[in-house]
Design a protein around this ligand. Structure first.
Ligand code: SER
Ligand code: ZN
Length: 503
């Protein structure tokens, strides 16, 4: 593979006659080549010319891409000219930067990039030229990222339309449903819930709220407390910085609810807005848009990103490992668009998210313990018909990566828990409801957030317990009549609140 970088450097002044560029430029270039390319390929200064303060150089490499070479060259040149001639390198750009690389498969459609560029592909060999690449882009490694992006887009085209990775892990015995209706419809009829005042959200009246909290208690007392998980309370807004680190920002920009702030609290600045409201009794949307900032954060999408933020830059003492914590304070928000359905697919939902960190073996053992406690809950307390499956890891899905099964996929990876919803049709043909998951993510997030263990490597994982989903799965199979509910659940639910009567 060949790479060619045509750079233009601007010096802070012309060179005095005491400096001999014919000796200087090739010497500094070959030092820079030796330092950054060395034996990993053939690197060379292919051309150069100096006119006044403009120095044009062309670097070629058959090994690493030569932008590091250019950075080393510019640094050394500045040092040496500073010393001998009080001249520095003021700035540089890549007029043209060409690189070759291979793709897994030939693309099936055009590939776009948001930078000035030219891309050609022959078979699986791609040639990408970036033009007018800024100094920031060179320093910050945009070329390598652009290459990865092209490779990923090509890979995505190949996988598009193919089935997601799904492989059955366990299945409970079949259970005769006590109910075949849609639980949300039934709850609506009884006024247990009402579709919320804003998109995809539900208001749970006392009975539904009681049942949701009952599910929460089951999770706490049957799973989390016995396994020694401790509660944390985390903020509800996720920073962009956090979501940049997890990959959510690039993977899911269309699925967030964004947070905006008032530009000011000063009532005087809001006077026009207030006056318009008083006169028109409507939302003065244009005025509002003028008075609030663009998005500054994201309303919680999943809790684990901010849990990792809490630990970022810290070293965990051995005595605190494995660390087992959970949050149930932040409420998850997802922009579902067309996908909403009843209580099981909503824009706002309540989830307990346990997160765990520790050595690989400790986490693999903890996963077994969690699976066993979950099995107990779903078999013996809720008496559900349910199954588990290995699926595309959530962190690949959520960072927009293509999920391919690799050798580690069943060590790390995500297990989905699914429940049969009789109202959707037969067991074999209908889509089951994913009502929770369990993932081991290896070092992905501990690395991204620089979280370390006192000794050895530090893995992490999380398991999202979706309370609305537990509830719909249960009601879809057992119905709304408490007399049919399993004894284990009845014990937790106790007496139900009296339904509010509406006339
Ligand atoms: N972070 C996980 C998810 O978003 C929940 O455990 O699916
Ligand atoms: Zn998580």
């Amino acid at each position: 593979m060949e790479h060619r970088l045509e750079a233009e450097l601007t010096l802070s002044g012309s060179l005095p006659s005491t400096v001999h560029p014919d000796e200087l430029i090739p010497r500094i270039a070959s030092e820079a080549v030796a330092r950054t390319i060395g034996a990993r390929g053939q690197g060379r200064l292919a051309e150069w010319n100096l006119e006044g303060v403009r120095l044009r150089i062309v670097l070629e490499s058959t090994g690493p891409r030569p932008h590091q070479t250019l950075l080393a060259f510019a640094r050394r040149l500045s040092e040496e000219l500073g010393r001998t001639a009080r001249v520095g390198v003021r700035s540089f750009v890549a007029a043209r930067y060409r690189t070759e690389f291979s793709l897994d498969a030939p693309p099936t459609a055009a590939i776009t990039l948001p930078l000035p560029h030219h891309l050609t592909v022959e078979g699986t060999l791609a040639t990408l030229s970036l033009t007018a690449l800024s100094e920031e882009g060179l320093r910050d490694n945009w070329m390598d990222r652009a290459v990865s992006l092209v490779q990923e887009k090509a890979r995505r085209q190949t996988y598009e339309g193919k089935e997601q990775f799904w492989s059955l892990l366990s299945a409970s015995p079949a259970r005769e449903p006590l109910f075949r209706g849609d639980p949300t419809e039934e709850m609506l009829k009884r006024h247990w819930v009402r579709s919320g005042p804003t998109k995809g959200k539900w208001f749970l009246g006392p009975t539904a709220a009681h049942l949701l909290r009952t599910m929460e208690r089951v999770a706490l007392e049957e799973v989390l407390r016995p396994l020694g998980f401790q509660e944390v309370v985390q903020p509800h807004h996720d920073s962009f910085e956090t979501l940049l680190k997890t990959g959510h920002l690039e993977g899911l920009p269309g699925e967030f609810y964004y947070v905006a702030e008032p530009k000011t609290r000063d009532p005087a600045a809001w006077e026009r807005f207030t006056d318009l409201v008083k006169i028109t009794r409507q939302v003065p949307e244009e005025e509002l848009a003028r008075m609030v900032t663009g998005p500054t954060a994201v309303s919680c999408y999943a809790q684990c990103p901010t849990t990792y933020w809490w630990l970022s830059g810290r070293t965990l003492a051995s005595e605190s490992l494995p660390l087992k914590i959970f949050d149930r304070a932040a409420v998850s928000n997802r922009y579902e668009s067309g996908g909403r359905h009843g209580l099981e697919r909503v824009d706002e939902f309540h989830r307990i998210e346990p997160v765990f960190l520790g050595a690989r073996e400790d986490l693999l053992a903890l996963r077994e313990q969690l699976l066993e406690r979950y099995r107990h809950v779903f078999d013996e307390v809720l008496e559900l018909e349910w199954r588990t499956a290995w699926v595309t890891p959530f962190y690949m899905q959520q960072s927009g990566r293509v999920g391919v099964e690799d050798a580690e996929a069943r060590v790390k990876g995500t297990i989905d828990f699914e429940a049969y919803l009789p109202y959707r049709g037969t067991r074999e043909e209908s889509e089951w409801l994913e009502f929770q998951n369990l993932s081991i993510v290896g070092e992905k997030y501990t690395k991204a957030f620089s979280i370390k263990a006192q000794k050895g490597e530090l893995w992490s994982g999380c398991t999202g317990i979706g309370l609305e989903r537990w509830l719909t799965a249960f009601l879809a199979q057992k119905g709304l009549d408490p007399s049919g509910w399993p004894a284990g659940f009845q014990r937790y639910a106790g007496e139900l609140p009296t339904d509010v009567r509406f006339l």
